[in-house]
Design a protein around this ligand. Structure first.
Ligand SMILES: Cc1cc2nc3c(=O)[nH]c(=O)nc-3n(C[C@H](O)[C@H](O)[C@H](O)COP(=O)(O)OP(=O)(O)OC[C@H]3O[C@@H](n4cnc5c(N)ncnc54)[C@H](O)[C@@H]3O)c2cc1C
Length: 464
């Protein structure tokens, strides 16, 4: 029996492909990085099928790459070596809403847009609402890459909403984290029954196992919602405004935009930075008090441009569409990373200097966008994105050089930390993270994945 016919036995022939057109598309994600061609693609429907595929891959010594929506902008769901099998989560669909415990158990291949649409029927929503790629990105992919996005000012990253996980280990064993470790308990608590095992898989990019189900906290759709967009003459003022706001009253969502393109797009000419805020409350009186505080603080920091429409459209009809729609102008080169608000101004000034120098040096005329999404407390996700047409090899080479240099500055000088990682960050993290950190990741890898089948060369670069 061949590996192929054994796999077909598990998932059925319609859920297996070694067609060259399919393999080519799975060698790419939404980054400009080209991966190796996989050997085949498998689409299991249940955790049991994932488990059977992994057992077989172990037996045959096949490498496995987990794939969600393939929206990684950094080469994170493509084979980084040859001979790989892609396990695509697209058929792992389904949501179970638990009204009493206010949780939803979601199969890994469900997209954020599907989740929101489903929960709306019950008048609830996820606390962390999803990344900007939520039309295509999956809950499993978000968990494996620690997604940040809509709702992060109050609710942080996806991990902060995670209650329990169902994961298939590289050996094929299916495990449950938190309260779900006790079959008599249910899925209601993350930090119980001993150490937090969910944390091992959040942000792991699949190196320790394939996530098949994520249980998230949900909340009622609030009755009070208010929107603000403020323009500032000084970047410092906008950051100080957000810092004080985060201390005094937590908005649901807050983003600062720094680049001329976005400021122009939002019609806020003359501003050096633009802040978009969403306030949500179940109780209108509390909501109104919060809105008043936002207005008061905006005056204290000399906000001069006021508009409700921009943040309203980003939060409602353009949810999940504001960034993907800009992709029509070219492919993104992004460098999202965590940085505390206390170091954001320095990082932005450095980014302006760096990118302006490079644009001049290489005579580049490509759009550059810069923003920071506020992440619970005094944290942020700073992203610089530039868009370029991929069909010019000469331009590609220059862009890749700039990308590497900027990532190096983030890690070496700014002390920034990536959360979605992929190939680009993997090769750079090795230069800067403590050896003891990688040592422990390797020890865990050897225990959980002794045959080194799960996503080789992702986060853990093999030295032999
Ligand atoms: C336009 C655009 C906007 C974006 N905006 C944001 C944003 O606001 N916030 C943000 O955080 N990211 C953003 N991203 C990056 C990306 O969309 C997110 O990282 C997203 O969460 C990835 O989900 P995915 O389903 O596409 O996963 P993939 O890209 O398919 O995979 C991501 C990683 O997770 C692993 N993986 C996938 N599924 C599983 C699974 N079931 N089990 C184990 N491992 C798995 C993959 O191997 C890979 O390493 C954006 C990307 C684009 C293109």
């Amino acid at each position: 029996m061949s590996f192929e016919s054994d796999i077909v036995k598990i998932v059925g022939k319609n859920n297996f492909s070694s067609d060259i057109a399919d393999l080519l598309s799975y060698s790419r994600d939404s980054s400009p990085i080209r991966g190796y061609l996989p050997d085949c693609v498998v689409l299991p429907r249940t955790a049991f099928e994932v488990s059977e595929v992994l057992k077989l891959a172990n037996k045959e010594g096949k490498k496995v790459v987990p794939r969600g929506g393939g929206t990684s902008p950094c080469g994170a769901s493509i084979p980084l070596s040859d001979g790989c099998v892609i396990i695509d989560s697209v058929r792992l669909k389904g949501i179970q809403f638990n009204e009493e415990d206010m949780t939803a158990s979601i199969k890994a291949g469900t997209t954020w847009a599907e989740l929101i649409r489903y929960l709306k029927k019950f008048d609830v929503k996820p606390m962390f609402v999803g990344p900007h790629s939520g039309y295509s990105a999956t809950i499993g992919g978000g968990c494996a890459s620690s997604a940040i996005g809509y709702g992060s000012a109050k609710h942080g990253q996806i991990g902060d909403s995670i209650v329990t996980l169902e994961v298939v280990l590289p050996s094929g064993e299916i495990i449950y984290t938190g309260s779900a470790a006790n079959p008599n308990a249910g899925k209601f608590g993350r930090y119980c029954n001993g150490p937090d095992l969910a944390g091992l898989f959040i942000g792991s990019h699949g190196i320790y196992g394939f996530i098949t189900e994520v249980t998230l906290k949900v909340e009622p759709i609030p009755t009070y919602v208010d929107y603000f967009t403020f323009g500032f003459n000084h970047i410092k003022n906008s950051i100080d405004f957000i810092r004080e706001l985060q201390k005094k009253t937590i908005p649901e969502h807050a983003v600062i935009y720094f680049d001329k393109n976005t400021i122009h797009k939002f019609g806020a000419e003359g501003s050096k930075s633009l802040v978009s805020i969403v306030i949500e409350e179940e109780d209108a009186e509390i909501g109104e008090a919060k809105s008043k505080l936002v207005e008061k603080l905006s005056k204290k920091y000399d906000a001069f441009y006021h508009n409700k429409c921009v943040s309203q459209s980003l939060w409602t009809k353009n949810l999940f569409d504001s960034i993907p729609s800009s992709g029509r102008e070219g492919i993104w080169v992004q460098s999202c990373h965590r940085i505390p608000l206390s170091r954001l101004e320095l990082s932005i000034n450095k980014a302006f200097r760096f990118f302006n120098n490079k644009m001049k040096k290489y005579n580049l005329k490509i759009p550059l966008c810069m923003s920071a999404t506020v992440v619970s407390g005094q944290n942020s996700n700073f992203v610089s994105t530039f868009l370029f047409k991929e069909n010019d090899q000469n331009l590609n080479n220059k862009i890749f050089k700039i990308w590497d240099q900027w990532i190096d500055i983030i890690l070496r000088e700014n002390g920034g930390c990536p959360y979605w990682i992929g190939y680009k960050w993997t090769i750079n993290l090795y230069k800067y993270l403590r050896k003891s950190y990688f040592d422990i990741l390797w020890k865990l890898k050897k225990i959980l994945d002794p045959n080194y089948i799960m996503y080789p060369n992702m986060i853990l670069l093999r030295k032999d």
